[in-house]
Design a protein around this ligand. Structure first.
Ligand SMILES: Nc1nc2c(c(=O)[nH]1)N[C@H]1C(S)=C(S)[C@@H](COP(=O)(O)OP(=O)(O)OC[C@H]3O[C@@H](n4cnc5c(N)ncnc54)[C@H](O)[C@@H]3O)O[C@H]1N2
Ligand code: MOO
Length: 392
């Protein structure tokens, strides 16, 4: 069995970054910017008032008076120059007029006709945002996955279209005679398909487009037909049929279709019968059928693969540190990803593994927000020990 880190490296090695396409700014949140882009202007593009008030020529003492000679609003500059005894009525975002060095807040003046009197000394903060204070023309924005905040910045930089990686297309295939779709009519020996819905949600949150293919029945012909429907996808995910049972056909069928296998079986629990390889132009992940196994493999393999396809430099999940809330037994020959609940603690977060770690239990998984990472062959651990976990 291959160690988890080696298997992850092999999966990432199968991922060629997807082509670049130009995406409208309004659709760019969540997309991966493929190359650095440059601001097309300064922000603010001029010295701008940060307050509603009056622009004056410099520091001034309490009681001084000024003659109001005009007005500057956001989008409307004042064409003249502010002289020593003069003020210009100004509003937040307006260009600061020539000759003005500070803005006094309207709350700090008394207006009498066309004159103002200062009720406080005008010193200290100028209430002016200098030109280029936020960013300057030519300033570079590095490739990353774009957040809503990034989109605001790139909009202000006047970049209406952005070079992003194409979204990966994932074909999702559940396998097994026992499965019916949610809302269907399960027969007495059947259950409702759940795993692929979690994986779809996870992949979409990572930027993928997911095609849910029909459930493949446990025959070579049907599985082959459904895998062939996956043509055109960047990633093919099968769920179930990966183990050693007589009806576990995924390995055989994908091999017949020409899959170049990178590995089969990983030293992890849950998720042991994982396979990966290249099938035509697609990367294929064959996930185990047990619900928690499939979803844990999704976190450890599918999501990093989707990040790598979109150009991420560091696609693997990052472990965090916590303190164990209770004792745990030694582990066996596989890295154990134990479902756990992590909560804020005084120093480090406190992590409590669930008592039942059966890989069929979706109820436990739904309460979990962490996977405690137990290295293979790990000794028993005591409450209070420091441990690593992955947030999920
Ligand atoms: N003799 C052995 N038996 C098993 C081994 C082994 O090494 N030797 N490994 C076990 C482990 S570990 C796992 S994990 C499972 C994985 O087996 P498969 O990938 O072949 O999965 P299935 O047999 O098709 O299904 C397992 C289980 O999960 C349910 N399932 C499958 N797909 C879905 C779905 N889309 N939604 C909800 N539930 C699903 C299925 O009904 C089974 O109950 O094999 C062990 N056996
Ligand atoms: O590895 Mo299986 O995924 O233990 O349930």
């Amino acid at each position: 069995m291959m160690p988890v880190g080696e298997a992850q490296a092999k999966v990432l090695g199968l991922a060629l970054a997807l082509p670049v396409e130009h995406v409208a700014l309004a659709d760019a949140a969540g997309r991966w910017l493929a190359e650095a882009v440059q601001a097309r202007r300064d922000q603010p593009p001029f010295d701008a008032s940060a307050m509603d008030g009056y622009a004056i020529a410099g520091d001034a003492e309490e009681g001084m008076t000024f003659h109001v000679v005009g007005e500057a609003g956001a989008g409307h500059h004042f064409a003249g120059t502010v002289g020593p005894d003069q003020a210009v009525r100004i509003f937040t975002g307006a260009p600061v007029p020539r000759g003005a060095l500070r803005v006094v807040l309207q709350e700090d003046v008394t207006r009498e006709g066309d004159n103002i009197r200062l009720n406080a000394p005008a010193t200290g903060a100028t209430h002016i945002r200098p030109q280029g204070n936020d960013f300057s023309a030519g300033q570079s924005f590095a490739p990353k996955r774009l957040t809503a905040n990034d989109v605001a910045l790139l909009a202000a930089m006047n970049l209406p279209r952005l070079p992003c990686r194409r979204r990966p297309v994932v074909a999702m295939i559940a396998t097994g005679d026992e499965l019916v779709m949610p809302g269907g009519e399960p027969g007495p020996d059947q259950i409702v398909c759940s795993n692929t819905f979690a994986l779809k949600a996870m992949a979409e949150a990572e930027g993928a487009k997911v095609r849910m293919l029909p459930i493949a029945r446990d025959t070579v012909q049907d599985l082959r037909k459904v895998v062939e429907l996956a043509q055109g996808a960047d990633v093919i995910v099968t769920v179930g049929g990966a183990s050693v049972g007589d009806h576990d056909l995924v390995g055989q069928v994908t091999a017949d279709l020409g899959m170049e296998r990178a590995f089969y079986k990983v030293a992890m629990r849950p998720g042991k019968p994982l396979m990966a390889g290249r099938l035509g132009d697609a990367v294929m992940l064959g996930l185990p059928g047990n619900p928690v196994s499939a979803i844990v493999c999704g976190h450890l393999f599918l999501l990093p693969l989707l990040r790598a396809l979109q150009g991420a430099a560091d696609p693997l999940p990052v472990a965090a540190e916590a303190v164990l809330a209770e004792d745990v037994a030694p582990t066996g020959p596989r890295t154990h990803y134990m479902r756990a609940r992590v909560e804020a603690g005084a120093d480090l977060p406190i992590l409590r593994p669930f008592a039942d770690q059966d890989s069929a239990l979706l109820g436990v998984l739904s309460q979990a927000n962490a996977l405690l990472i137990r290295p293979l062959g790990d000794a028993a651990r005591r409450a209070g020990d420091r441990v690593s976990y992955l947030p999920i």
